[in-house]
Design a protein around this ligand. Structure first.
Ligand code: NAD
Length: 349
């Protein structure tokens, strides 16, 4: 196994790992350990180019610093990516080799599940490292974080609906949901229970049809989700779907969803703001997942109560962000970034 340090000025530590015999190639990016050990999942994806994989790790790691701080967790931000198709290239040996990489970082980075990974994969990684969370079994095992992530997004949608439409519940509200995987499917369940009407899409047409049938939702083609008329758009698939092409198409009053890095660039927050579309910052809306994972890293005994408290605090943080954005007439993304910067670099009293 070759582990090489990569220079990245904004990050504390970045390594490339490569084991040609196993077909393993990837990156661990540690953005910040200022608030505690860096925590963030490992993503397996068939990146077209190594530069794309590295860039994703760097961006996602920075996002984790912000997400963990926004959830007021004593954790920093990091992320790992493995280049490969999870359906084809994943093997127990490859996962264990990745576990060795994590162990070599001596607890500076804690890994967990992200796209392309499952709790079983975490168990394989855990054969070689102590610094893995999202396990299905064990005293502090937190399992699949998606249901808690969805609860947090549902809370964010409730707060956003109140700020944007003055609504105290979601009854009769139309929500368009992009991506019906672990998070999106749970979210649809919660929204349906709350009386919302759903418009859904997924690149997997069968999943789209399943969810549409289950919740009497309208299913649309993946590209059609951007210009459906709805009250709130909930991106729950991949990053970068809010961009200069999609934003002009949107016919919604607000965006609140679970995908990481929804904005292709910071400028896209401005574009949403200028269009009068209220944007619930993603790293606050989807913080439930890391709250769940944190119970395992921090060995929390009273798990349910602790998670409920943290979800409530996240909801209050979203409320604070949207309130301040309104008062200052700026985008909520700008406010969220500045609140986290204040947490990371507190001014001396
Ligand atoms: P997942 O892989 O289970 O589901 C993603 C779904 O999106 C899949 O069904 C996929 O077919 C679909 N999809 C992909 N590209 C699409 C597109 N262009 N249009 C429509 N559908 C598309 O992943 P997940 O765990 O549900 O995570 C979804 C998002 O939420 C990701 O961005 C992830 O990083 C983020 N997130 C997840 C968690 C968690 O707890 N799982 C926590 C925080 C953030």
């Amino acid at each position: 196994m070759d582990i090489t340090i990569i220079a990245a000025p904004e990050h504390e530590r970045v390594v490339e790992f490569k084991d040609s015999a196993l077909g393993l190639l990837g990156y661990v990016a540690i953005h910040s350990t200022r608030r505690g050990p860096a925590a963030g999942g490992v993503r397996m994806h068939p990146y077209g180019h190594t530069a794309e994989a590295l860039n994703d790790a760097l961006r996602l790691a920075r996002g984790m610093t912000f997400k963990n701080a926004a959830a007021d967790l004593p954790l920093g931000g990091g992320k790992a990516v493995i280049v490969g198709d999870p359906q084809v290239d994943k093997s127990p040996e490859l996962l264990q080799a990745f576990g060795q990489v994590v162990q070599s970082l001596s607890g500076q980075y804690w890994t967990a599940e992200d796209m392309g990974m499952t709790p079983i994969d975490m168990a394989h990684i855990g054969f070689k490292t102590d610094f893995v969370a999202g396990l299905a079994e064990g005293q502090f095992a937190s399992g699949d974080p998606s249901p808690i992530t969805a609860r947090g997004i549902h809370n964010a949608i409730c707060v956003t609906a109140r700020h944007r439409f003055g609504l105290v519940n979601l009854n009769g509200l139309t929500v368009s949901v992009q991506g019906l995987g672990h998070v999106g499917a749970h979210l649809c369940h919660l929204l349906d229970d709350a009386g919302a009407r759903l418009i859904v899409t997924d690149v997997d047409a069968r999943q789209s049809a399943r969810i549409a049938e289950k919740f009497s939702a309208q299913a649309v083609a993946p590209d059609a989700i951007y210009d459906v008329k709805a009250d709130i758009f909930a991106p729950c698939a991949i990053g970068g779907t809010l961009n200069e092409t999609s934003i002009p198409l949107l016919r919604v009053g607000a965006v609140a969803g679970g995908a990481n890095n929804q904005l292709a660039s910071d400028g896209d927050a401005q574009m949403l703001h200028h269009r009068g579309i209220l944007y619930a910052p993603d790293f606050v809306a989807n913080g439930g997942g890391i709250v769940n994972v944190a119970t395992e890293i921090l060995r929390v005994a009273e798990r349910e109560a602790w998670v409920a408290d943290r979800l409530k605090a996240l909801k209050q943080t979203m409320d604070r962000i949207l309130t301040r954005a309104k008062i200052e007439a700026v985008s909520p993304h700008e406010v969220a970034e500045s609140i986290v910067q204040e947490m990371l670099h507190p001014k001396a009293a």
